[in-house]
Write a protein that binds this ligand. Structure first.
Ligand SMILES: [Fe+2]
Length: 278
């Protein structure tokens, strides 16, 4: 279990949420891990297991940090993601973030795919508050490569800055970011790679996060768990609901936002906690 408590944080009352990442319907078949006949069925079953766990544990909300589809917003894959997400108990909100497989072609963000994503899942970057905590959802595909949509990056950077400033102004207890791509995987200054966000855009984001005391970023993309820090800020990567890149196993992360710290832990679907106590 990772525990963080360097600052006194003050959500108005303790709560927990569940992070899911990379259900990515279709990747297993693409990789030859399952037969073409099986298609997306194994990943459908895993996403159903994830939603069933959320219904059992009753978090305040669920967030899915991207790579919902494997094949660029394929209507069948998107339809299944939305159908299964719709099985979440009506009292539990679900928030979505886009991944590279959703809104980019060859890792270059696409205006057409972003538009389709918005029609299906709502804004690709947005913010919400819950019990005195600000959450900002990034459209990290645009941050990875905005060459085809430069205005989208500028708009997003301005949005993130103004949301974080407003959060500090309101006196919100803390600020947490959701992103498909991790900003970095080991060191905030590490070289550019497919597994992080390019330094030229990582640096201004980290500068905003430091200035506004962001306490954690929860990401996906790697299909394995990974933990790093920028000072006191946690950079947490959660393994996939679907295809695994390591040996973590398909699962989900429970994140407790407590009065003085964040606690989080990754669970496989077959070994979740009996309940979550705060
Ligand atoms: Fe992925």
């Amino acid at each position: 279990m990772e525990i963080w408590g360097a600052l006194i944080l003050m959500p108005s009352e303790p709560f927990f949420f569940i992070q899911l990442s990379d259900p990515q319907l279709g990747l297993m078949a693409d990789r030859g891990q399952v037969s073409p006949e099986q298609g997306i069925a194994p990943e459908v079953a895993l996403f159903e297991a994830a939603i069933a766990e959320a219904n059992r544990l009753q978090p305040d909300f669920v967030v899915v940090t991207g790579d919902l589809s494997q094949n660029n917003m394929d209507p069948v894959e998107v339809g299944e993601i939305k159908r299964i997400g719709g099985q979440l108990h009506p009292s539990i909100p679900i928030y979505w973030a886009p991944g590279n497989r959703d809104t980019s072609y060859g890792n270059v963000a696409s205006a057409e795919l972003i538009e389709r994503y918005r029609q299906e899942f709502g804004p690709d970057f947005h913010a919400f508050t819950h019990k005195g905590v600000t959450f900002v959802v990034l459209s990290s595909t645009v941050i990875f490569d905005p060459s085809q949509v430069p205005d989208e990056w500028e708009r997003q950077l301005e949005f993130v800055g103004s949301e974080l400033a407003a959060s500090v102004e309101r006196g919100d207890g803390e600020r947490i970011i959701f992103s498909h791509h991790p900003l970095f995987t080991a060191d905030p200054d590490e070289e550019n790679a497919g597994s992080n966000l390019p330094l030229v855009r990582r640096r201004p984001l980290l500068e905003l996060f430091r200035r506004h005391d962001v306490s954690a970023v929860f990401a996906g993309h790697l299909h394995r768990n990974n933990y790093a820090r920028d000072g006191d800020m946690l950079m947490v990567v959660t393994s996939a609901v679907g295809f695994q890149g390591g040996d973590d196993g398909s699962g989900y992360r429970v994140v407790k936002v407590l009065r003085d710290r964040i606690e989080h832990e990754y669970y496989r679907f077959d070994s979740g906690p009996e309940s979550v106590s705060l």
